[in-house]
Design a protein around this ligand. Structure first.
Ligand code: GRG
Length: 308
């Protein structure tokens, strides 16, 4: 974690120890994921090893952290939000395994390790992604409904964000856009679906676990949408400015694949300004929480300033 991002959140006159926050939340999420998944030795062991290989490969756990922080902002607690935080991380990890396949981005490294198909072969990697996606719904079913939010609503959130109107739509547009000149609005269409939808889903689910009223859910939606867009712009910037070793995945792939990105359309400096503007909009959305959203604020700053 970069030095600037370890203590943030001075907006309310106090600093927030994000490093500690992320350490404790990551440990709790890892423990919960470990308990939710079949042990690696469960027959057929290959698939359970493959699922666990990518899930515990050292991801930043940003979506679970955002989910838990959103629950806190709405006065909820970690244990109520945990199944939803873990479900989103399983959907995210499945999407990374499939994105890395030769038929898609054809990547050899992810999270600093060989990609799933490089270790287990393409067939098992496809199945590990499928199994993680399915497991996400089994984990989400552990959520205890609140007066405002039923299981139906929780499943609709996940299926919408991960389905053919959002995550998959973004990936389709991304695949079809390769090598083509895209406008800024076409690029935004991709970012909103490929990246922002699942981040937004994570914070909304956190709010729902805390039985948040509609205005708070709307605020979390605005926050997640803007942070998600900023997150992808920063991801595109890092693809150009950082090394593969530092990122733990192949850098420079966007340029090599002639992929349209914000830096390629508007340049690095303007891309940074846009990411900052989006983060400021995300802060605006948090006003409704009257200082109770320090963790969300700190995460938004970290995501803007991150270097991996
Ligand atoms: C295959 C259905 C399907 C979708 C793939 C995830 C994805 C969509 C593509 C991967 C490439 C990419 C740029 C995705 C946008 C979201 C993103 C930046 C993912 C990486 O998230 P991080 O940085 O990863 O949070 P870690 O490994 O830290 O969890």
């Amino acid at each position: 974690m970069s030095q600037t991002a370890t203590r943030v959140g001075a907006r309310h006159g106090h600093s927030f120890d994000l490093k500690k926050y992320l350490e404790t939340r990551t440990e709790a999420v890892n423990r919960a994921l470990d308990a939710y998944l079949p042990p690696a030795s469960t027959r057929p062991a290959t698939i359970h090893k493959a699922m666990r290989y990518s899930l515990f490969a050292g991801g930043k756990r940003m979506r679970p952290a955002l989910c838990l922080a959103a629950a806190e902002a709405c006065g909820g607690n970690e244990s109520a939000a945990m199944p939803l935080a873990c479900a989103v991380e399983c959907v995210h990890t499945y999407s990374l395994i499939h994105d890395d396949l030769p038929a898609m981005d054809n990547d050899d490294y992810r999270r600093g390790k060989l990609t799933n198909h490089k270790v287990f072969g393409e067939g098992i990697a496809i199945l590990a992604g499928d199994a993680l996606l399915t497991q996400a719904f089994a984990i989400a079913a552990e959520f205890r409904p609140t007066p405002r939010y039923s299981h139906d609503q929780i499943f609709r959130e996940l299926t919408h964000a991960g389905g053919s109107l959002q995550l998959i739509a973004g990936q389709v547009a991304d695949l079809e856009g390769e090598g083509r000149k895209l406008s800024a609005s076409q690029l935004r269409y991709i970012h909103e679906r490929k990246t922002s939808a699942l981040l937004c889903c994570a914070v909304r689910l956190g709010g729902m676990s805390a039985n948040c009223p509609a205005p708070q859910l709307k605020a979390l939606t605005d926050f997640g949408h803007n942070v998600g867009l900023a997150f992808q712009i920063i991801d595109d910037i890092l693809d150009i400015t950082q090394t593969s070793e530092h990122l733990g995945k192949t850098a420079g792939k966007d340029t090599a694949a002639k992929k349209a990105t914000y830096p390629s359309i508007v340049g690095l400096e303007k891309s940074r300004r846009i990411a900052k503007r989006l983060t400021n909009r995300a802060f605006e959305a948090l006003k409704i929480f009257r200082g109770r959203a320090s963790a969300l604020e700190a995460l938004a700053i970290y995501l803007l300033q991150r270097d991996r």
